[in-house]
Design a protein around this ligand. Structure first.
Ligand SMILES: [Cu+2]
Length: 149
C-alpha cells in the first residue's frame, strides 16, 4: 500500500514540472525597458525550430532552448568564418556530458534538457547558430540570424 504523504509529495513534484513546462511554452510578451527579448528555440532532430531570426544592432536577446531529443546538441553562435573554425577544430567534449554547459557564445544541451544564454548583437555581421557535434552541421543543423541596422 502506498504511503499517502509520499503520494501527495509525488503529485506535488509532478504538478511543479507541469507548471514549469507550461511557463516555458508561454509566448513572451513585449519586453519592458531593460529586459532582453526572449527567443525560444526547440531542437527537432537535426534542426533548430525556428531556424531563422531577425534582430537589430544593439539588441539583447535571451535564447531559451529546449532539447527534447535523445542525444545532446550544441548551439554555437558566430559568423560563418567562426562556424568553419569550429568545424575544423572539432567540438571539445563537454566536461560533463550530462550537464548543460556554457562555452563562449554557446551552450551544450544534453539529451532531454533545456538551457539559455544571452547575447547582445553589437555589429551588423549576420550570424549563424550551428551544432558541430559529428555530422550534425552536415545534416543541416544551422539557424541564420539577420542583424539589421
Ligand atoms: Cu546537434
Amino acid at each position: 500500500m502506498r504511503h499517502p504523504i509520499r503520494t501527495v509529495a509525488t503529485w506535488a513534484v509532478r504538478f511543479s514540472i507541469v507548471a514549469a513546462l507550461a511557463g516555458c511554452s508561454a509566448v513572451a510578451s513585449a519586453p519592458s525597458a531593460g529586459e532582453p527579448r526572449v527567443i525560444d528555440i526547440t531542437i527537432d532532430g537535426y534542426h533548430f525550430v525556428p531556424d531563422h531570426f531577425t534582430v537589430r544592432v544593439g539588441e539583447s536577446v535571451r535564447f531559451r532552448i529546449t532539447n527534447p531529443d535523445t542525444i545532446g546538441h550544441e548551439l554555437y553562435l558566430g559568423t560563418i568564418e567562426e562556424q568553419a573554425d569550429r568545424r575544423i577544430a572539432g567540438v571539445p567534449t563537454p566536461s560533463e556530458e550530462s550537464a548543460v554547459t556554457h562555452f563562449g557564445y554557446g551552450i551544450y544541451l544534453p539529451a532531454r534538457s533545456g538551457g539559455e544564454f544571452s547575447y547582445m548583437f553589437s555589429s551588423e555581421n549576420d550570424l549563424l547558430i550551428g551544432c558541430h557535434l559529428p555530422g550534425h552541421w552536415e545534416e543541416g543543423m544551422v539557424a541564420t540570424i539577420d542583424v539589421e541596422p
